[in-house]
Design a binder for this molecule. Structure first.
Ligand code: 16G
Length: 200
C-alpha cells in the first residue's frame, strides 16, 4: 500500500501535510456568512466560541475521527496509512466528497461531530448532480447543543447553492425523521428506499 501511495503523483511526497483539507474551505465561507446572519453563534467558522467547523484533515485521524464514526456504525481497524489512502482517493474526486468536522478547540482538538455531503455526477437532468447526506454523528457527550442541526443545515445549503445539486437525499432511522424534516427532507410519493447487504 505504501508503495502505491509513493507512486501516486496526486499525493504529497515530502513534508507534513496533516493540515491539508479534504476539500476547499473557501467553498464554505459564503454559507458560514449567511448562517451567521441568522444565528450569531456562528462567527466565521467558529461556533459559540468553542467549536471550529472545517473540512476533514489528515490530522483528524489522531484526534478521534474514526472513534467518532464508531458511535454511528462499525468501522473495523483502520491504520493511519489506510486512512491516508482513502483520504486521497476521495480528494482526487473533485467536487464530490465534502466531509465537515467539528473540532472542540478546548479539548485537545478532539473531533466531536461530523457530516458528509457526497455529490454524485450524472448524465440525467442535463448532467445533473445528486447530493447525499451521510454519516451524521455528534459525540454522545456533546448532544443537545444543536450541533447536528448546524452541520446538516450547512451541508444542505452547500449542496443547493455551491454544488448545484438538483436533489439531495439521506437514509435514517424512523426516530430521526422529524429531525431531518426541519431541513426540508421528506418521503417522496410512491418512492421507496431498497437495500441489499453483503456478508463482509
Ligand atoms: C445511517 C447514516 C448513513 C450511514 C449508515 C451506517 C445518516 C443520515 N445516515 O443510515 O449515512 O452510512 O447509518 O449504517 O447519517 P450501516 O453501517 O448499517 O450502513
Amino acid at each position: 500500500m505504501t508503495e502505491r501511495l509513493a507512486h501516486d503523483h496526486s499525493l504529497p511526497v515530502n513534508g507534513d501535510h496533516k493540515n491539508e483539507y479534504l476539500f476547499d474551505a473557501d467553498l464554505l465561507q459564503s454559507i458560514f456568512k449567511q448562517y451567521s446572519l441568522k444565528d450569531h453563534k456562528l462567527e466565521g467558522n467558529i461556533y459559540d466560541g468553542k467549536y471550529l467547523i472545517r473540512p476533514l484533515s489528515l490530522k483528524d485521524y489522531d484526534h478521534g475521527y474514526i472513534d467518532l464514526l464508531r458511535q454511528l456504525t462499525e468501522c473495523g481497524k483502520i491504520s493511519y496509512e489506510e486512512f491516508q489512502e482513502r483520504f486521497y482517493e476521495m480528494k482526487q474526486c473533485s467536487n464530490t466528497y465534502h466531509i465537515l468536522v467539528i473540532e472542540d478547540m478546548n479539548l485537545n482538538k478532539k473531533i466531536i461531530g461530523t457530516t458528509t455531503l457526497v455529490c454524485e455526477k450524472k448524465f440525467i437532468r442535463q448532467l445533473g448532480v445528486r447530493g447525499r447526506i451521510e454519516d451524521v454523528v455528534i459525540d454522545n457527550e456533546y448532544r443537545g447543543q444543536q450541533l447536528g442541526k448546524l452541520l446538516v443545515d450547512l451541508l444542505t445549503k452547500l449542496a443547493k447553492e455551491k454544488c448545484d445539486c438538483y436533489k439531495i437525499s439521506l437514509e435514517c432511522k424512523d426516530n430521526l425523521i422529524g429531525f431531518y424534516k426541519q431541513f426540508g427532507y421528506d418521503h417522496e410519493d410512491k418512492q421507496n428506499y431498497l437495500c441489499q447487504r453483503f456478508q463482509k
